[in-house]
Design a binder for this molecule. Structure first.
Ligand SMILES: Nc1ncnc2c1ncn2[C@@H]1O[C@H](COP(=O)(O)OP(=O)(O)OP(=O)(O)O)[C@@H](O)[C@H]1O
Length: 252
């Protein structure tokens, strides 16, 4: 991915395996968020290919618009919380399912005509939302405005919202940022349970206790290039990775 003369992500190649947690780490400015933006359609890569293998199909994500990437099975959360603050927690999760609900009901025509599919689809959407509220320990806050929830709860709600789209791949941009150690531990447990449910996870995270604790594989970027790609125990002892992080410490 190039921005004018700057190559932000340079020939980075890796696989996020099905049903695994793959972390992307690296010093500030390494290109992590740019990579996410390419995968999720916010940027169109200048060169290269990004392929989603899902339900027996290969989808070329680098050719699709953002909303089509979401429909193909890729969900994401952001570094900054992006919830509808005035809507309740439950409503936020229903909005996330709007497209599916519309499709299930003939884009609203079924609802207007009172066809029986609409209430069933709506019930399913509410059940799915309640399931993810329960998974994220937010069921008792279902009817509270999202904006009134504590910070850590809002972060969990964002994950619940992404999961309501039933993605094949969930991309999380710094989900542990701003969480206290107890909340980070609960987050790790949540992400493990999402993985164990069969969803693949791609994780950008600076909190090394979270990364080392839950990742099946870690990809390390530095100055836009991949410098390592291995299991946590190997990454921890990799001289290039240590040097990249030490270099960052020196600059700061
Ligand atoms: N839209 C853009 N236009 C120009 N340059 C950009 C753009 N987005 C990112 N960059 C540059 O690309 C490089 C990689 O940035 P990126 O935000 O992807 O790094 P990062 O690894 O996510 O960093 P951090 O850990 O600080 O979030 C940086 O040099 C950044 O300035």
């Amino acid at each position: 991915m190039r921005f004018g003369g700057l190559t932000a992500v340079n020939a980075v190649s890796f696989a996020a395996e099905r049903g695994a947690i793959t972390a992307i780490i690296g010093p500030n400015g390494a290109g992590k968020t740019t990579l996410f933006n390419c995968i999720t359609g916010f940027y169109r890569p200048s060169e290269g290919a990004i392929t989603l293998h899902h339900e027996g199909r290969d989808t070329a994500l680098h050719r699709l618009a953002g909303h089509k990437i979401a429909r193909a099975g890729v969900a994401r959360t952001f570094q900054n919380i992006r919830l509808f603050q005035g809507m309740t927690a439950l409503e936020n999760l229903l909005v996330a399912q709007h497209n599916r609900l519309m499709a299930a009901t003939g884009f609203g025509i079924g609802a207007v005509l009172g066809l029986s599919r609409y209430p069933a689809a709506e019930r399913d959407a509410i059940d799915r939302a309640r399931h993810w509220l329960e998974m994220t320990a937010l069921l008792d806050r279902a009817d509270d405005p999202a904006g009134s929830l504590p910070y850590g709860a809002q972060r969990r709600l964002e994950i619940a919202r992404a999961m309501c789209t039933e993605p094949a791949l969930l991309c999380l941009d710094e989900p542990a940022a701003g969480l206290n150690p107890r909340e980070s531990e609960a987050l790790s447990a949540l992400l493990r349970s999402i993985r164990d449910g069969g969803c693949s996870l791609l994780l950008i995270e600076h909190d090394m206790s979270v990364v080392m604790g839950i990742s099946d594989r870690i990809v390390v970027l530095d100055h836009g290039a991949k410098i390592a790609d291995a299991a946590p125990a190997v990454i921890r002892a990799d001289a290039r990775v240590i040097a990249a992080y030490l270099g960052e410490g020196d600059e700061e």
